[in-house]
Design a protein around this ligand. Structure first.
Ligand SMILES: [Cu+2]
Length: 222
């Protein structure tokens, strides 16, 4: 009689090679240019064991910006908000859509002291349990904006400046590819993929987002 852990290990070893699909997605705008800040999600038709939630994810406040501008996480993930400016930020969740009428997937307010102002509380954690999106703002600096997208799949990533995102360790087989962008006014078209081994896919937004405004210099006192 083998120990149960041995059997689990054996099954994992047998299942391992079948679950090796890596997907690189390139997303363009409707105008055919690389689309940055796009959330790319993959929902396999057959859900295998989910990969462990990532730890150590943080959203930094620096020079009156949220870095990264878009953060995409599976639901259940904890994110640390870290103020790297010398002055305070008062990070809060905001509604989205017209007039901010769509409530955020998670409501919170975080008073984060400047790092040289006594540093009573320069970082704080928030756990995002509900799928959806959250607009990030700041009570003190009205122009600060960021976005958190909480996915109902473990396979989620954000495109870089070249419109590329990579998702690793997907189960082989049929899967649905979904896109989300903070500026979208309607759900984006989905597509069906066949995953096995290393796969690439092309996708396009149904619109062309405006370029994000360049950061403007800030003093310590605004
Ligand atoms: Cu602020």
């Amino acid at each position: 009689m083998h120990h149960p852990l041995f059997l689990i290990g054996l099954l994992a070893a047998l299942a391992g090679p079948l679950q090796a699909a890596d997907l690189q997605v390139t997303v363009n705008t409707a105008a055919g240019r690389p689309a940055a800040d796009v959330v790319v999600m993959v929902l396999p038709a057959v859900r295998g064991p989910a990969p462990a939630l990532a730890e150590g994810i943080s959203i930094v406040q620096r020079d009156n910006r949220f870095e990264p501008y878009v953060t995409a996480i599976p639901s259940g993930t904890t994110v640390r908000f870290v103020n790297r400016d010398r002055y305070d930020h008062h990070v809060r969740s905001l509604g989205s859509g017209p007039m901010g009428a769509v409530p955020p997937a998670k409501s919170f307010e975080l008073r984060l002291s400047g790092v040289q102002a006594g540093a009573i509380k320069a970082s704080a954690e928030v756990q995002f349990d509900t799928a959806g999106s959250v607009v990030l703002g700041c009570h003190i600096h009205g122009s600060m904006r960021g976005h958190v997208f909480i996915a109902n799949t473990p396979w989620v990533a954000v495109t870089d400046e070249f419109g590329r995102a990579t998702l690793r360790g997907l189960p082989d087989g049929t899967a649905e590819l979904r896109l989300w962008h903070p500026d979208q006014l309607a759900a984006q078209a989905t597509q069906t993929l066949q995953l096995q081994g290393a796969v690439t896919a092309q996708a396009a937004l149904g619109f062309t987002p405006q370029r994000r405004p360049a950061p403007r210099p800030q003093s310590d006192y605004n």
